[in-house]
Design a protein around this ligand. Structure first.
Ligand code: SF4
Ligand code: SF4
Length: 430
């Protein structure tokens, strides 16, 4: 099946290219999972991305996370990274931690589900069901070249090297988390249909790090909701003991004891697979809060989006707690992480205070915090200079206002605040 998967991934990339080159601003807009949450749940707009997510959700109820294993371009990038590492003889180990359960769900609920449901339920919301396939345009959610390349390197390559094949899918991806529920209920699953010799070839090959042998021998099927229906385990089995088979979900969980599964201590212990996995589960209690705080403090700063911030947060957290690295290396990473988090915390606190004072029309207090931000921020950010331009104008400090207006105009010339500021300044100048 694997050659068909490669064809499928290649076709997806060709379609993305055609979409970007031919349909840029017209017929079909952005195909992003985010569309479903931002536009459909938050605003009621049924666009191309929303329809794709609805199709993915319902197809998962039938076929499992086929979308992740056969179509997702980010999955393809990680598979490519794995192939490159393999060519150089590098075999990253799979890290096990409960972060794979908590982190993707946290990202999904904190950034997409809760804010958009709140937006839709807000009395001031003008939620209205409508169909608009061309909205928003293809580029809307694409980051710039620098952040885009960094995301590609961190979430495509670094995470595979340090956390294992499909590290991003396991530890960060909120779309995978969204498809966990329908995966659990899916009618088609990898099932045990022959006799198993416990050779563990299926577990060794699973890109998601599922202990397939353990699951199929305990439950007669793969029950892990991270399974992406890639069929590698089926292809790997020398006994042809596995098949991708339909079963009515009503009769599918008769032999499953959930408590037993949640506290399953028999996974990943077989001698044949032991050296392929590193378990950090004993540190979960420290790692989960550390990783979430780290991600939150980084998110949104330096133009970094959710996927990159939480990709970096998971890599750094799991590296700090991974005994396979030297103590000196882990301690150094820890110290750098704490300094970086403190700096980001300072910036986020200043942002919060500055905007708060600005909204309360306390312009001189807001200026102190905005000045701190533009002084310490390593890159120029137009919106803070725009805010400063307004604050100084309100305090009648025209020269300072013009200085910040000029800087902001160079960075974000079409921003509505800049246009507004331009009008106010021209009135004052007259
Ligand atoms: S359990 Fe099998 S089908 Fe599921 S992700 Fe692992 S290898 Fe692929
Ligand atoms: S590869 Fe086949 S025979 Fe080997 S453990 Fe897995 S299911 Fe059993």
């Amino acid at each position: 099946m694997q050659k068909y998967r490669i064809i499928s991934f290649s076709l997806v990339h060709i379609l993305i290219l055609i979409h970007v080159l031919w349909f840029k601003n017209s017929t079909v807009g952005s195909f992003d999972f985010q569309e479903f949450f931002d536009r459909f749940i938050g605003m009621g707009v049924l666009n191309a991305g929303s329809i794709m997510v609805i199709v993915a959700f319902f197809s998962t109820l039938i076929f499992g996370r086929f979308f992740c294993g056969w179509l997702c371009h980010f999955g393809a990038v990680q598979e490519f990274a794995w192939w490159v590492f393999d060519k150089f003889g590098i075999k990253p180990k799979t890290i096990n931690s409960r972060l794979i359960t908590f982190l993707p769900l946290f990202v999904l609920f904190n950034f997409y589900i809760i804010p958009n449901i709140s937006k839709a339920l807000n009395p001031a919301s003008n939620w209205q069901l409508s169909l608009n396939l061309s909205y928003p345009e293809v580029w809307t959610f694409l980051p710039g070249v620098v952040i885009g390349s960094l995301t590609f390197i961190v979430d495509g390559f670094l995470i595979v090297y340090l956390l294992g094949r499909k590290g991003f899918c396991r530890f960060v991806c909120p779309w995978g988390a969204f498809l966990k529920l329908p995966t659990s209920l899916s009618t088609f699953k990898v099932r045990k249909t022959g006799s198993c010799t416990n050779c563990n070839m299926c577990t060794s090959g699973c890109p998601i790090g599922i202990d397939v042998s353990n699951e199929i021998n305990n439950y007669n099927k793969v029950i892990n909701s991270n399974c992406t229906s890639c069929m590698i385990c089926i292809d790997n089995c020398p006994e042809k003991a596995l098949s991708y088979k339909f079963q009515n979900p009503v009769n599918d969980y008769d032999n499953l004891n959930l408590i037993d599964f949640a506290y399953n201590k028999t996974s990943y212990v077989n001698d044949l697979i032991k050296e392929k996995f590193i378990s950090l589960r004993d540190y979960d209690l420290f790692m989960v809060p550390f990783c979430i705080v780290f991600g939150l403090l980084l998110d949104g700063l330096f133009h970094i989006g959710h996927m990159l911030s939480f990709g970096l947060a998971s890599i750094i957290t799991l590296t700090i707690f991974n005994n396979n690295f030297s103590f000196f290396f882990r301690r150094s990473i820890f110290i750098i992480a704490i300094i970086f988090m403190s700096f980001n915390g300072f910036l986020k606190y200043s942002q919060y205070k500055a905007i708060n004072h600005f909204n309360n029309q306390e312009y001189s207090k807001a200026i102190q915090y905005f000045e701190d931000i533009v002084f310490y921020y390593p890159i120029e950010v137009g919106k803070y200079h725009a805010y400063l331009g307004v604050c100084y104008l309100k305090l009648n400090k025209i020269e300072n206002s013009i200085k910040h207006y000029e800087i902001a105009k160079n960075i974000i010339p079409d921003n509505p605040n800049i246009i507004q500021l331009e009008k106010l300044l021209s009135r004052v100048r007259r």
